[in-house]
Design a protein around this ligand. Structure first.
Ligand code: AMP
Ligand code: GLY
Length: 420
């Protein structure tokens, strides 16, 4: 079959790498893609937020399946438009993507289905929000309701910090996303991510992960999109995974179906685990980046069978074939990220790397210029290792990092510290 992946990050490179290995995949396209994917797929220059543009490309190239990587095309309704045109798509409808696009929508769904999460309230004006913060006290969490590119959340340790966050949001710091604010109870504990394929009615867990959001070693510095991740997450024991399926994921999927907006795609549950019990922090409606890199490294070629079954509504017949393995990925970012950084610096040493099913460097922000790979983004590469133990995966990932010659980049040296 012919497959089109939408997106250009490390997540999409990892999806392309896994899907390409499956003999069902005849031709593979990625739009817009990046330089790292060139050996695996044809890159297509296409406006991935435009349903008509994606549908036109699918018709010209006899595409059988579209795998949607990032949230923006989902929130724009590209999956709906594809399905309306009779093209198989992996990813939720615009209505179901609200589970990521609106924090208050998710909280309402949790309340309706009894899923455990932090107590919350919603505000559309600053004064009642300030009063609520004074009444509740700190620590407390302030969130812009809409999509704010991961920047709309303040975990406030003091009331003053929380009130400043409210004033920022209503002052327009997050644009439309901050026109409404959700204020939540602070949850203590350890965070982990749980990934579940859902076809609207059946659900199949496909792995757990933990990531490192802070820019620098020791989990210090500014928040980023993720500087590294590993899978599995030891804190998500089988008992806790069972609790999450029973109390959070299945009730959510049933509630979405009851509302007439069934969820199809990957549901990425951000969880807080305390005293052996998980509560929901948030949902994303897509794979995480860089969590996808470690999941794909572990799933390999079967990822396509699972994604296809999900898109076709056949998950009830599927099972994951698990290896007793671990994967770990280290993100190399441009110096300055997540703030301002230079683009265009050359990255050397990539061609000589040994790459196989135990070691892969996934590209996120790269392009090929005059035969050379150059950095074009903030997060640029994800050096990923797999092994029988987390320590082995860690050693393989850092061996890749150490073989890459890119003076303008940096990475954390302590990815996986909590589990190692
Ligand atoms: P979100 O975008 O909702 O995932 O929030 C970003 C990060 O803020 C999460 O990954 C948590 O680290 C933290 N966070 C969000 N909500 C809470 C909460 N209610 N209690 C504690 N930490 C939270
Ligand atoms: N790594 C976090 C995310 O993809 O949202």
């Amino acid at each position: 079959m012919n497959i089109l992946i939408l997106g250009s990050g490390g997540r999409e490179h990892a999806l392309a790498w896994a899907i390409r290995q499956n003999p069902k995949c005849d031709r593979l396209f990625v739009a817009p893609g990046n330089a790292g994917m060139e050996p695996l797929a044809r890159l297509a220059d296409l406006d991935i937020l435009s349903g008509p543009a994606v549908i036109g490309f699918c018709e010209e190239n006899a595409i059988d399946l579209v795998v949607i990587g990032p949230e923006a095309p989902l929130a724009a309704g590209v999956a709906d438009e594809l399905r309306a045109a009779g093209i198989l798509a992996f990813g939720p409808s615009r209505a179901a993507a609200m589970l990521e696009a609106s924090k208050s929508f998710t909280k309402e769904v949790c309340d309706a289905c009894g899923a455990p999460t932090a107590a919350w309230a919603r505000f559309d004006a600053a004064e009642p929000a300030r009063a609520y913060i004074r009444a509740q006290g700190a620590p407390i969490v302030v969130k812009a309701d809409g999509l704010a590119a991961g920047k709309g959340v303040t975990v406030a340790m003091t009331e003053a910090e929380a009130i400043a966050a409210v004033d920022d949001a209503f002052g327009g710091a997050f644009g439309e996303a901050g026109a409404e604010v959700v204020i939540e109870e602070f949850m203590a504990g350890e965070e982990a991510s749980f990934f579940v394929l859902c076809d609207g009615k059946d659900c199949l867990p496909i792995g757990t992960a933990q990531d490192h959001k802070r820019a620098f070693d020791g989990d210090t510095g500014p928040n980023t999109g993720g500087m590294g991740a590993y899978s599995p997450a030891p804190v998500l024991t089988q008992a806790i995974q069972d609790q999450v399926m029973e109390q959070i994921v299945r009730p959510t999927v049933a509630e979405m179906a009851r509302r007439g907006t069934p969820f199809q795609g990957v549901l990425y549950a951000g969880l807080m685990i305390e005293h052996g019990r998980a509560r929901l922090v948030e949902y994303n409606v897509r794979f995480g980046d860089p969590e996808c890199q470690v999941l794909m490294m572990r799933l390999g070629a079967q990822a396509l069978d699972l994604i296809l079954a999900c898109a076709e509504g056949r998950l009830g017949d599927m099972a994951v074939s698990w290896a007793q393995d671990h994967a770990l990925t280290v993100v190399l970012a441009a110096k300055g990220y997540p703030g301002a950084y230079e683009k265009g610096s050359a990255i050397r040493g990539l061609d000589a790397l040994p790459e196989d099913s135990f070691r892969m460097v996934f590209h996120a922000g790269t392009a090929r210029r005059d035969g050379q790979i150059v950095a074009t983004g903030g997060r640029v590469l994800a050096a990923t290792g797999r092994g029988a133990t987390l320590a082995e995966a860690h050693a393989r990932a850092y061996a890749l990092v150490d073989a890459i010659d890119w003076p303008e980049g940096f990475c954390r040296r302590d990815i996986g510290w909590r589990a190692l």
